[in-house]
Design a protein around this ligand. Structure first.
Ligand code: ADP
Ligand code: MG
Length: 358
């Protein structure tokens, strides 16, 4: 393992009886980076994090933090800290006392504690809040206190278990930007778990998508979004339109697929390709061009607009093919589509490179 990895995990397995919660995962997190583990509820994220923190004994496999094997090292002796969704702040203590708690346990002297608290409150953007009671704080401020309380202990790795899960949507949107900025500023390695793909995409340097205890794909947010390697990733990360069908022939590197509705499309393929087998075709809403002028090389067909899903810059059309297959089509920002009305039939096209066929 490279010395530049704060955390490296190899072949980690956790079984509860016959059930395998974490199934042979391997990954490394470079120093100072923001790493997210993204997956649906129950896929094993918390179990994985608890093993890293030392609260759960691995069935097999290996965890190294800053190059040191963690086997047999108790949770309080690991250079990590865990931030929970429910924050676990002490409501009867003020901000300062909450942050001082871990330092006191480590027998740090009062003068040093005072200095450290001042510095960390400055860093998380709460410089004048030392004496505030927890109950007087907003949700976002509590969040920052919880993170300050962990960061003040200067962990090698900060582990965050869905820390924004309890916040309302608007605040979550705000906090994900703040957390990313904070991580960049303090430079501590973050391992962040979430079931929210947008959080993972926005904040992370690298993301791993987890499903039923296994890792499906590890990459940058751009790679996961642009080149999903499995149908699960294509469906879980970002929005995608899906067609099912059969591969009828190969044409160069592309597949010709006949969808169950009878469309014949040409598409890029991922993985093993056999003529005659069933296939799923995924297509991002923003890759569909509305009434393209240049149709050269495009897959072209007609859809009828069911409704306009207005959402500012993320506005889309919910459309339907004559065979009643629903399709989301993004409305580009650089053109006016005022004339598009529900009930109208429009021509759409997409380039074979934009699709991915599994
Ligand atoms: P996530 O955090 O991704 O929602 P968890 O790691 O909490 O998932 O759980 C993964 C799976 O392991 C779930 O099916 C859960 O029921 C199971 N599990 C977690 N902890 C235990 C345990 N202590 N005993 C038995 N099963 C557990
Ligand atoms: Mg969990």
């Amino acid at each position: 393992p490279s010395m530049n990895n704060d955390l490296s995990v190899s072949n980690l397995v956790k079984k509860f009886g016959d059930f395998t919660a974490v199934d042979n995962v391997t990954f490394a997190v470079p120093q100072g980076s923001f790493f997210s583990i993204l997956g649906p509820s129950g896929c094993g994220k918390t179990t994985l994090l608890r093993m890293i923190a030392g609260f759960e004994e691995p069935t097999s496999g290996n965890i190294m933090i800053r190059g040191k094997d963690m086997a047999g090292v108790g949770p309080n002796l690991r250079p990590v800290n865990l931030v929970f969704q429910h924050l676990a702040l002490f409501p009867m203590m003020n901000v300062e006392e909450n942050i001082a708690f871990g330092l006191r346990r480590r027998k740090v002297d009062s003068a040093t504690i005072k200095k450290k608290i001042e510095a960390i409150l400055e860093r998380v953007g709460l410089p004048d809040y030392a004496k505030h009671q927890i109950g007087q704080l907003s949700g976002g401020q509590k969040q920052r206190v919880a993170i300050a309380r962990s960061l003040v202990l200067e962990p090698s790795v900060l582990l965050l278990d869905e820390p924004l899960g309890a916040l309302d949507l608007k605040l979550r949107e705000q906090m994900k930007v703040e957390l990313k900025k904070l991580q960049a500023k303090v430079g501590t390695t973050f391992v962040y778990i979430t079931h929210d793909q947008s959080e993972a995409l926005v904040m992370s340097d690298r993301v791993v998508v987890m499903n039923q205890g296994r890792f499906e794909q590890l990459g940058t947010p751009q790679e996961l979004y642009g080149q999903p390697l499995t149908p699960f990733v294509a469906q879980f990360v970002g929005d995608n339109n899906l067609w099912s069908g059969e591969i009828t022939e190969m044409s160069g590197a592309d597949a010709i697929i006949r969808t169950d509705e009878g469309f014949i499309f040409r598409s890029r393929v991922q993985g093993e390709v056999t003529v005659g087998r069933r296939a799923d075709l995924f297509l991002r809403p923003e890759t569909l061009r509305i009434q393209p002028e240049d149709k050269e090389g495009l897959n072209i067909f007609n859809v009828t607009v069911k409704t306009i899903l207005f959402d500012g810059a993320n506005s889309r059309l919910l459309t339907v093919t004559p065979e009643d297959h629903e399709l989301l089509v993004a409305l580009p920002q650089n053109r006016r589509f005022d004339y598009i009305q529900p009930g109208q039939t429009i021509e759409v096209g997409w380039h074979p490179e934009a699709g991915v066929c599994f």
